[in-house]
Design a protein around this ligand. Sequence first.
Ligand code: HPA
Ligand code: ZN
Length: 326
Amino acid sequence: VDLTTFAYGLPKAELHLHLEGTLEPELRFALAARNGIELAEKTVEEITATYDFTDLTSFLAVYYPAMNVLQTAEDFHDLAWAYLERARENGVVHVEMFFDPQAHTSRGVPFANVVTGYRRAAVRAQDELGVSAELILCFLRDFSAEHAMSTLMEALPYRAWITGIGLDSDERDNPPAKFAAVFARAKAEGFFTTMHCDIDQKGSIEHIRQVLEEIGVDRVDHGTNIVEDPALVAAAKERGLGFTTCPLSNSFVSEEMKSDEIVRLLRAGVRVTINSDDPAYFGGYVADNYVALAERAGLDAGDLARLAVNSFEASWLTPARRAAYI
Ligand code: HPA
Ligand code: ZN
């Protein structure tokens, strides 16, 4: 088979996927109609014409306003379900999905709508698609640490439905250390933890160092700039720390795919994984990311299979469930 067919068929876990980043223009129109919301854009082409990102900030400026069509639990269910069907077609058998409750509660949508809708889709995915789906609650790092803590408290009644805690949104001037107390509390509550480390300028290596040495996360999202510091790479390898990289996303919000960094980590034996980030915005779902990286970096089927094994090893599946896939 050709490499694209192989990449799609390869059983894999997806570990870096923002549910709100799976909102396709067609579904956005459907939800707007259902909720009686008038959109400025009238066609899919008018929407995709706004996907003209040069960096993370310009992406986020499109990403957050698009979410206003998400209001009821049914809306959140429909969003996650549409993603899960696409994920299955991409060979995904397990997914740990980010969601941003503060992007909804801050505009008056109840936390319960968000989490019950997403949870219903996750349960349905197991039953109807054979895909296990877990949720990772992300704090918005451009909101205060106090707002993150109150969001964590709001999540505790739903503890059984939430596997991990993450950190996303605008990284500039919002270092990991800002959230040290709330992540300490999340760990005390038994959540797995991860953080985005993708700021693309001086300071990024300091954020990665904080995440490894001060916060003590279970995984790092993006984090490819770790290649700048061989001692940190060695420490990450020693700990078996997973890195969730996103080639197509990188080519939108950075200057390039960062294929050199990803392949260097792969060859060094670091647990690097391939993911789609915000597939509705960045031009491809997870298998498309495997293919894009393979084409750019000259990877073969064996390399892609290694990346898929890494995705299970870096997942938060129990060892017994993980063993079924590796
Ligand atoms: N980076 C930071 N925050 C985000 C992203 C991202 O790629 N996608 C959604 N929120
Ligand atoms: Zn992300």
